[in-house]
Every structure is written in C-alpha cells, then in structure tokens.
Design a protein around this ligand. Structure first.
Ligand code: HEM
Length: 449
C-alpha cells in the first residue's frame, strides 16, 4: 500500500468523470443537450440517445425497406419467440455470474420473461423512432442496477440471433435472406445502443460516487475544523497554568535535599507535564499554523543538527539512527524552525514504530531541482487503512499520540511547496519521503526568491 500526499493537496483518484461527462464528443450536441433528465441523473438525455440511435441506423444502412422486412417477418416468427426465451433463460441459468444477478426469485423471473418477450416482439413493430429508442435506453440502466456484466450482452444477443435463424429456417418465409439481413442489422443496432446505455449508466454511478465522496470529505473537514477550534482553545487555556505548575514544582524540587526520596516523584511529575506541554504545543501548531519565514538555509546542516540532537532522546535509546551528512545539499529557501520540527516528527515516529535493535535511516538525496529527504524504519509497518488515514488529523494508533505529527509535517511540506509520500507494508517498515524544491519560487505564505 502506498499513500501519496503532495504539497499541492491530496492526490485524488479520478474515476474518469471527465470522460463520462463528455461521452459522445464526436456529436455536435448543443449545451442544452446536457441537461439531466433521463433516468434520474444520467449525463445523456433523451435527445442525445435518439441521436445515437439514428446515427447507428444510418451507419449500418437500416432503411424503410428493412423496417418493412421486419414488419413482414413478425407474424411468422412471433408465435415462436418462446423458443428464444427458453434458450435465453436456460443459458443464463448455466452461468453462475449471470445467474447471480437474479436475486428476486420467481417474481423477477416472470418479469424478466415478460421484459424480454416484449423486447423480442417490438423488434418487428416496424417503427424505429425516438419512442422506440427511449424504451431501449432503459435496458443498460436496469442491467447496471442489478450488476449484470456488460459482456453478457454480446453472448445473449448471439443466442437471440441463432434462435431467430433456426425459427426462420423452420418457417421458411418468402425472401428469408433479405429479412434475416434486416433483423441482423437491427440486432446489432440494439446491441450498440444497449452498450451505450450501459456507459451512460456507469457514468451516472461514477458521478454519484464522486459526489458522495466529496460530500463525505466536506463533512469530515467541517467536523475536523470544529474539533480543531475546540482543541486549540482548550490548549490555549491549558498552556499557561501548565507552565505555572511546572515552575512551581521545579521550585519545590530544587528546595528538596538531593537525597530526599520525593525528588523522584517530582521528577516524574515534571516528565508528565513535559508530555502534556508537547501535546498542547502540537494542538496549537496544528490549529494555528505559523506562516513560514523563509530564509536561505542549508538543509544538510539542519539534518545533521537534528540527527545529533535526537540521538539523546529516550526513543532512540534502543534504536540506532543512521544518516549520511551530505555536503552538497546546498542552500534553499526554508523556515529552519519548521524544517527542524518536520524532521523531529518524522524521526520520532520512525523510532516509535521500531523494535529494539532496529535501525532508522535518514537519507538526503539532492536531485536536479529538488532535495529529497527519506526517513526509513524497519518497524511494524502499517496496514492499508492506517496508511490511508495517516495524514488525517487526530488519527493515531499510538496510545499516547495526538495524531497531529504527520498532519503538521504535511502542512510544513505544503508551505514549502514540496510533497510528502508515505510507503508502508505490514511487517516491512515504513518510509516517508519529503521532496523540497531546491529554489523557492512562490509559495503560499509569501516566500521570497
Ligand atoms: C440481449 C440481451 C438482453 C436484453 C435485450 C435484455 C432486456 C431487458 C429488458 C428490456 C429489461 C427491462 C428494462 C426496464 O426496466 O425497462 C431487462 C431487465 C433485466 N435484465 Fe435483461 N436483457 C438482456 C440480457 C440479460 C441477461 C443475459 C441477463 C442475465 C441475468 C439479464 C437480466 C436482467 C435483469 C435481472 C433485469 C432486471 C429485471 C427486474 O428486476 O425487473 N438480462 N433486460
């Protein structure tokens, strides 16, 4: 599983909406053709589907003579359509994937036979106009609703064709060959039209799914904004009293005799206060992000400084940190403080995910226009769901985390015009790669340079 989040925002997988919105671009439709009026929400409308139907007729040369042939053939073959129906449904029952869509029991089977029986009779009605096309347009939609794969249209149509051939051979109508030719043309038009209506219906579904997903995202963003506001005001309220408590405890501790056993207790209290302070700072950083103050800085030097500092952190007591200082990293426009915070968050995350004896690697690779920093651990890794949600504020799998570490990193990287990519595999460790532009041109927050 790989989650990709770029500085320009979350990479959204487009479900082909653009294509679905303009499914028949070769036709000269007017803008009003795009109104949503046929079968609920499809991007096609009646006029468009009729235009497609007419074009198919012209393409295969379906003329009034063909219509007349079919009208003449009708009375001879319609009495035998039960043969077509029997073969049609008998075959469906032999194919599990086709059978699977028939979940409506006997009632549905009856409906189906009726639908198909009407459909077969209408083939010989002699009038293949807009109304005819409109009735046919519903088929793909009905099939998409029940989840019937599109390829069955080809196979089912072939059976219909074979059965009609058998019937015609038996009833021996006059001019049989010409009449069969006309029927063949119409069946192919029907097939093409069904596929087109499948496509329109899929387009609807994609649009609906994208719409639902967008609404979900908006709802979630609103909720998060509210939680963020609340958390920020709470954090603000807690910050000052916490500093007061910490100061008071330090005074008491310093007054105690060095051998006093209460010293250990106070040290423990101070450690907890430190943790709370870290949480409060995270909340405030996330809820009230500072605009970066860009200055030319040496990323290589910052990396070395942070790595040296973190080696003394408890999280790195049983995990080793490896990094190769790169002399040639060069100067780029950055906010040193924010980049330090980014590296600290990434390295601490990696250490927390590691097992004793593991190695956390920090790699700095200058590319032509970019500098990339990768933090790689050999730890437990993440499953797909965790990886997908890792950049969501307040999402955490740690018992002690705020779930803001990675969202803060993402904000920092975005403000620097870069991208952040997370790769993880359960049991196979995690690596986070940050790519920063070597020269800051113009990023949000008023970069210089
Ligand atoms: C030549 C191929 C086919 C044609 C012409 C055809 C025709 C139709 C028609 C006219 C409808 C009714 C559409 C409406 O609601 O107005 C329909 C619905 C349906 N068709 Fe087909 N069909 C074909 C192939 C298949 C196949 C292979 C299956 C396999 C199971 C199938 C299963 C269904 C189902 C489940 C419905 C919905 C019935 C309901 O619950 O009302 N169709 N089809």
């Amino acid at each position: 599983m790989e989650c990709n989040l770029h500085g320009t925002g979350v990479e959204v997988t487009h479900l082909g909406l653009e294509r679905a919105e303009n499914p028949v671009s070769s036709y000269a439709f007017r803008p009003e053709d795009w109104t949503i009026e046929h079968h609920g929400s499809t991007g096609y409308n009646g006029r468009m589907s009729v235009a497609i139907f007419d074009e198919m007729k012209t393409y295969v040369g379906f003329t009034a003579a063909d219509a007349a042939n079919l009208t003449a053939l009708g009375p001879l073959v319609i009495p035998h359509v039960h043969n077509v129906l029997d073969r049609f449904y008998g075959t469906i029952m032999r194919f599990p994937a086709a059978r699977r869509v028939l979940v409506g029991g006997e009632a549905q089977m009856r409906r189906l036979r009726e639908h198909l029986s009407n459909w077969l009779r209408q083939l010989f009605c002699g009038t293949y106009d807009a109304e005819y096309a409109g009735r046919r347009w519903a088929i793909g939609h009905a099939h998409v609703l029940v989840g019937l794969p599109q390829h069955y249209m080809f196979t089912a149509m072939e059976l219909v064709w074979q059965e009609f051939n058998t019937i015609v051979a038996a009833v021996k109508p006059p001019d049989a060959e010409a009449r069969l030719k006309s029927l063949h043309k119409l069946l192919l038009i029907e097939l093409g039209f069904m596929l087109e209506s499948y496509k329109a219906s899929y387009g609807d579904r994609v649009r609906q799914l994208e719409h639902d997903a967008m609404q979900d995202r908006v709802r979630r963003a609103e909720q998060l904004a509210e939680i963020g506001q609340l958390a920020a005001s709470l954090a603000h309220e807690i910050k000052n009293p916490l500093a007061g408590i910490s100061g008071a405890i330090q005074v008491i501790r310093d007054d105690l005799d060095p051998s006093d056993q209460h010293r250990v207790v106070l040290e423990e209290v101070l450690r907890h206060i430190d943790r709370l302070d870290g949480t409060v700072k995270d909340l405030l950083t996330y809820a009230r992000p500072q605009r970066p103050r860009f200055k030319p800085g040496d990323l290589g030097a910052i990396v070395s400084r942070v790595a040296t500092l973190l080696k003394k952190e408890p999280a790195f007591e049983r995990v080793s940190l490896e990094w190769s200082p790169i002399v040639e990293a060069g100067q780029i426009e950055l906010d040193e403080h924010q980049i330090e915070q980014l590296l600290v968050n990434l390295l601490l995350n990696a250490a927390h995910a590691s097992r004793p004896g593991d190695v956390v690697q920090l790699l700095l690779a200058p590319e032509s226009a970019w500098l990339s920093i990768t933090v790689r651990d050999q730890g437990v890794g993440m499953d797909e769901e965790t990886c997908r949600r890792a950049f969501e504020p307040f999402f955490t799998t740690k018992s002690r985390g705020t779930g803001l570490g990675l969202p803060i990193c993402q904000r920092i990287v975005e403000a620097h015009g870069g991208s952040i990519t997370l790769r993880s595999r359960v049991g196979g460790g995690t690596s986070v790669t940050v790519r920063m532009p070597r020269r800051q041109v113009s990023v949000e927050g008023g970069a210089n340079g």
